[in-house]
Design a protein around this ligand. Sequence first.
Ligand code: AMP
Length: 280
Amino acid sequence: MLIFEKVSLLKNHISYSKKQGKSIGFVATMGALHSGHVSLVRQAKQRDSIVVVSIFVNPTQFNKQDDLVKYPRNNERDKRLLDEVDCDIVFIPSVEEMYPNKVESEDINLEGLDKNMEGTYRTNHFDGVATVVKRLFEIISPDRAYFGLKDFQQYLIVKHISNVLKLGPEVIGLEIERNEKGLALSSRNERLSESEKEEALIIYQSINWAKKNYQNLSPQNLINKLKLDFEKSNLDLEYIEICDPLSLNPIKHWSEYKEARIFIAANLGKVRLIDNDSLF
Ligand code: AMP
């Protein structure tokens, strides 16, 4: 496994590999890796001859300084884990390598996909995501980029900018990895105690309840019922939304859409958790 910290050296290596006819698969991460990340790498390995994983805690996508500072970092452990799953290249740039001029987001038109849900609660978050993903795509020139559906809105926005700005890669969304009880894996879970992990299961349970019962309730009544459950828990709910997975428009009547997806975000103490799944 090769480790690069410099943009220019990585670019040279990739252009050499491409000349040899190798296809490049790319997984962007912020490190503190878990089985969710590993599953993206494994699936990338099945399709592409060289898999590049980036580890970069991108400052421009954090709207709270505290969250950025407390974001778990463990590069040595991450490198060992990636080596074990036969990752080919790890790219660990510094902030200066990624933002040689100013550490700020570019103005990229996200056509409203950033307006609700995560966009409402994390101001300018997706401007930061779009900026860093565009830069990573330009450096790595992947044939395919693999993103987790856990961050569904992010996946949709990345797919959108990749198409509109013709950045190159096909953007592939992969299923959410969960622990044995159903909690969606997340680097932030490292900051939860065992009992908090149990309490956090209300998110998964709510999604499952919605999947089983949505036909008997309107979207708004379904959301209201689930909100009542959260009021009885220790979680501080940010949103429950039911949206069309293509436009992310909120769904008012089931019959108006061919597909629907439920999205939940909540805080447990200072740890922010998100999850989502398809209803139909
Ligand atoms: P992050 O390090 O949180 O920025 O995540 C890097 C990539 O891993 C993103 O594409 C995430 O959507 C994906 N990812 C994070 N958690 C999971 C999970 N539990 N299952 C599948 N993919 C995930």
